[in-house]
Design a protein around this ligand. Structure first.
Ligand code: HSE
Length: 370
């Protein structure tokens, strides 16, 4: 059995990875070794009912890391920056599977999303590539949704608007959003119970609290509850944010395209917990009916869930609330836009921690263990 080192398994993405591996019995075929940056020497939680107790190894100890056949890390970009080159420079030839963005655009790394690029993954393993990185969550979720259209070479370009959940910013941000929600409610709970003040008086109290009050905002810098934030990650020279820049770069790298498909749009943080939603305007290369499009989308992978374009189906099935915690890629609001016969509109929702982060790297590990 291969020795597989786990780093960052306690965080949000890491925990989702571990629970998916337990669900799929993936620990049966490996010798897991749990590394820690903070609790070296303590026992690893025995969530797997292992017969022997696992002692946490030092995630900064190159000698111990070198013993691994495969290392899978959800520890984040700073860890990758510190460790990866050191490990390679001592001649370690194992497989490095990473959730962080640090190595994504390197020439000798592959961005993994096997329902989309299994051929590229297989060819790369054959060629001796050893570094496999999960894509940005919006990119992976977009490709899972639009895979059929892209594979059928029907797409000329894509304009997106995203509605990204708090979890994409980190676990502390999810907690902060919940504190914000509670804080705002408390400001007006008395008024709401008495039903005496007008809605505008109540709204003003909340708005004043959002603007001038003590609403917790250490991590988001401003309230996200009752708000939307059209800025994610750093600014780029060209006016895009880095989150927006990544979409075209990573998508075309995953698809391994010579003639790139232009993709651009606006990435927005909203007060959802862990599902990213995205609205796409897709310029198609030819006229094609909505029912054909629906069939192409649906046939691409097992996780697509087509949501009929009506009110009840949409609010029941095409929302973060309905998709959260599942591997479903909900795809709906499929219709041609009035602006031209080749302009297609689609809305999609996916769990940012599952297909957006943990699932592609879990599946990559399984591919390496075949
Ligand atoms: N960058 C994403 C976000 C999450 O901020 O929502 C990770 O891919």
């Amino acid at each position: 059995k291969k020795f597989v080192g786990f780093v960052g398994w306690r965080g949000m993405v890491g925990s989702v990875l571990i629970s998916r591996m337990i669900e799929e019995n993936n620990f049966l075929n490996i010798n897991p070794v749990f590394f820690s940056t903070s609790q070296v020497g303590k026992y690893a939680p025995n969530f797997l009912n292992f017969s022997k107790k696992h002692i946490l190894q030092d995630a900064y100890n190159i000698v111990d890391l070198q013993k691994m056949d495969i290392i899978i890390t959800c520890q984040g970009g700073d860890y990758t920056n510190i460790i990866y080159n050191q490990l390679r420079s001592v001649g370690w030839l194992g497989y490095w599977i990473d959730a962080a963005s640090t190595l994504r655009m390197e020439n000798d790394s592959i961005i993994v999303l096997d329902p989309i690029n299994i051929k590229l993954i297989n060819d790369s393993i054959e060629k001796g590539i050893k570094t496999f990185v999960g894509g940005n969550c919006t990119v992976s979720l977009m490709l899972m949704a639009l895979g059929g259209l892209l594979k059928s070479k029907l797409v000329e370009n894509i304009i997106f608007s995203t509605y990204q959940a708090a979890s994409g910013a980190g676990s502390k941000n999810v907690i902060e959003l919940l504190h914000q929600m509670g804080y705002l409610y408390n400001v007006v709970s008395y008024d709401l119970a008495l039903e005496m003040n007008s809605v505008l008086e109540i709204e003003k109290k909340v708005s004043d609290c959002l603007r001038y009050g003590q609403c917790p905002k250490k991590f988001f810098h401003v309230p996200l509850a009752g708000n939307v934030l059209p800025w994610i990650d750093m600014g780029m020279q060209n006016g895009q944010t880095r989150e927006e820049w990544k979409v075209q770069q990573e998508m075309n790298k995953i698809l391994n395209l010579k003639n790139i498909i232009p993709v651009d749009g606006t990435c927005v943080r909203v007060g959802a917990l862990r599902c990213h939603s995205q609205s796409f305007i897709i310029k198609l290369k030819k006229n094609i009916s909505v029912s054909e499009i629906t069939n192409i989308l649906k046939a691409h992978n097992d996780w697509i869930k087509i949501i009929p374009n009506d009110f009840q189906s949409t609010i029941d099935g095409l929302t973060p609330v309905s998709v959260t915690g599942t591997l479903d890629i909900a795809v709906g609001r499929i219709r041609m836009l009035n602006i031209g016969s080749k302009y297609l509109s689609i809305f999609t929702v996916g769990d940012q921690l599952l297909w957006g982060a943990a699932e592609p790297i879990r599946r990559m590990l399984m591919i390496l263990l075949r």
